[in-house]
Design a protein around this ligand. Sequence first.
Ligand SMILES: NC(=O)c1ccc[n+]([C@@H]2O[C@H](COP(=O)([O-])OP(=O)(O)OC[C@H]3O[C@@H](n4cnc5c(N)ncnc54)[C@H](O)[C@@H]3O)[C@@H](O)[C@H]2O)c1
Length: 341
Amino acid sequence: LQRIDISGLTGSSTVLVGETIARLVDYAPADRTIVITDHKVEALYGRRFPPSPTIVIGSGEAAKNLDTVRHIYQRLLALEADRSSFVVAVGGGVVCDTVGFAASTFLRGIGCGFVASTLLAQVDASVGGKNGVNLDGYKNMVGVFNQPRFVICDLELLDTLPPEEVRCGLAEIVKHAAIADAALFRFLENHSAEVLALEPAVMERLVADSVRTKAAIVNRDEREAGERRKLNFGHTVGHALEKSGGLRHGEAVSRGMVAAAALSVKMGLLERGAADRLTALLQRLELPTGVWHAPQNILEALKHDKKREGDQLHFVLLESIGRAVIERVPIRAVEQFFTSR
Ligand SMILES: NC(=O)c1ccc[n+]([C@@H]2O[C@H](COP(=O)([O-])OP(=O)(O)OC[C@H]3O[C@@H](n4cnc5c(N)ncnc54)[C@H](O)[C@@H]3O)[C@@H](O)[C@H]2O)c1
């Protein structure tokens, strides 16, 4: 079991990597806890939940909206929840984001904790205090910063996760290693077979180190004024690919990281060998690395990027494996880069 403390402006949180849902009672007040989960996780793991009232919501991105939040509020009212109630979200990023938002706003905020059940939720979504839902198709438009009191990363729950969901989590782990942890990057290179087999000891290290990296960055820049933007490595092109190509988030981020590394080489910041290592690692983890199809679609989407400032884009680039920098890159240069390939 590894404990990682996060202390932010909006409170502090403890991430427990290797803890299990069976021991939830040690962290949440038994008589005041209400569990909220999605129907898939309830079907798989409902038997392991504590004997608390349970609210079940829909699964997947389509459920991450204000209708679901309203449903949660109504069920909380029906259960006569009050300020002393404590909500535990059990699920992936969708459940954690939605429940975190509902708990932060119900009665102006009641206590909550998370049991993260997907690799992505364990290494990314449940760390950092961002909670929120989508609005009319726009991602994360309504939300708050608030830290859950604890996050349990139960590695046993990963056994039932579909391979494509595992890969989405792995993409974010590679991202954390690439921007801030060269040792983790080497570990991934040396243990890719064990990673794909979800070997428990290997997974514990991956999740814990990844959480530590994200937590350290978030602790230094909770409100995303500067350094936290490094966590967007691979996401600028990734989001553009997601919009134009209907790719899964993790697959798009994987391709986006390859593009950002290539741009880093082109701008003279990164050695080609380092970019090749990134591509090779992603391929060994069965993540896609091709980015050069439909450049016009990518460029069109980049022009509408939220992080665009005039004719420049904030790009997270690499100086080496384990060191990222944020650079303003003229859209024209990005355009040339994509069309010259
Ligand atoms: N708050 C943040 O900082 C942050 C960061 C990254 C991502 N996110 C958000 O996280 C969401 C994506 O999270 P996700 O990838 O976990 O998606 P998800 O919550 O939709 O889970 C993916 C699928 O796996 C199922 N599932 C969950 N646990 C399972 C298990 N143990 N075994 C089998 N199936 C299981 C779910 O029912 C769902 O169908 C997005 O909405 C994204 O915006 C938030």
